[in-house]
Design a binder for this molecule. Structure first.
Ligand code: SF4
Length: 320
């Protein structure tokens, strides 16, 4: 049966999908995946932290929040040439998307933003898809990024609207949505997903997925992260997310947003190859990888391990 793209999902419908018997859920997700995506391909993205730590926000999972005592090394905005050199390296390794992340609350119209604009132009010139995650953005700032050649902007919802205040108190869920609207209006692709393992219920997960799947246009990519706990943060002792919860999230996202790239993001380092293969079977078709073997400030599998896994599974790097 051909699946249609819908934007009117109800919580009950999504819950019905999320709670299907696991093998049936995976089978349905894999079937939808085959209608809308090339199941033999995985998009490789490289994420570089261009400014690390010292963030004024209080996201309780994040080692970059200045208020928590973590081992994260604070790093000012990197020089433009260094960023371009890293992007070249990522491209040589097979990455098709290069994401630059700055631990800012919001973008300010200052010299640092001018430097980020120069980075976007430089990476774009290499022929890579450029993505940024810089915090909250105004409409004007989104337009400037678009003009510089930005392809996508990441701004995760993180959790459901009702659980949001339990995780972050320094900004509101609505502000997240507003930035996403500014990005969309500027004609930039939206990358927005969430994190599981923050103490939320499965209903919170479903609610977060519903917010994404009822947007007028589904985000072009949806990262699904498992909490990578960081020592010194309020959530450092949260239990590891069970694999089956990740599989359920990925499969549900795949079924309700068939055209979206679903990115298996943080938490991969804790997974075996077999567990990652389950996630690909459930419809994940993108990963972060790179020489540094880190995802911002948490560990990630090594690049060689990723390539070996893709080869074992007969998967190819995905190019969009
Ligand atoms: S998740 Fe982003 S906004 Fe929140 S504390 Fe970390 S760097 Fe700051």
């Amino acid at each position: 049966m051909q699946t249609t793209i819908r934007h009117n999902w109800t919580l009950e419908e999504i819950e019905g999908i999320y709670k299907l018997p696991l093998l049936e859920l995976t089978y349905q997700a894999a079937s939808v995946h085959r209608q809308f995506q090339d199941p033999g391909k995985i998009q490789l993205c490289t994420l570089l932290s261009i400014k690390t730590g010292g963030c004024p926000e209080d996201c309780s999972y994040c080692g970059q929040a200045a208020r928590y005592h973590t081992d994260i090394k604070v790093q000012a905005l990197l020089p433009t040439e260094e960023v371009i050199a890293q992007a070249k390296k990522a491209q040589e390794g097979g990455s098709t998307r290069f994401c630059m992340a700055a631990a800012w609350r919001e973008v300010r119209d200052n010299r640092d933003f001018d430097r980020v604009i120069a980075m976007v132009k430089g990476v774009n010139k290499l022929g890579l898809e450029v993505c940024c995650t810089l915090g909250m953005l105004s409409e004007q700032q989104a337009l400037r990024l678009k003009e510089a050649g930005l392809k996508a902007y990441n701004h995760n919802l993180d959790v459901s609207e009702s659980y949001y205040k339990e995780v972050i108190s320094t900004r509101k869920f609505d502000e997240r949505l507003q930035t996403i609207q500014h990005v969309r209006k500027a004609g930039i692709s939206v990358c927005s997903g969430g994190i599981i393992g923050l103490g939320e219920t499965y209903r919170d997960r479903i609610s977060m997925l519903r917010t994404l799947a009822t947007m007028d246009t589904h985000p072009e990519s949806v990262p699904i992260n498992a909490l990578a706990s960081v020592k010194g943060t309020p959530l450092e002792n949260n239990p590891k997310v069970p694999l089956w919860d990740m599989v359920r999230m990925i499969a549900t996202a795949r079924i309700i947003m068939p055209k979206t790239i679903v990115r298996l993001s943080a938490g991969r380092v804790e997974m075996t190859d077999e567990e990652q293969a389950w996630c690909f079977m459930a419809g994940a078709n993108s990963i972060f990888t790179g020489e540094e073997a880190t995802l911002l400030v948490t560990p990630n599998p090594t690049f060689n391990a990723d390539i070996k896994l893709l080869n074992t599974l007969g998967l190819e790097a995905y190019s969009v």
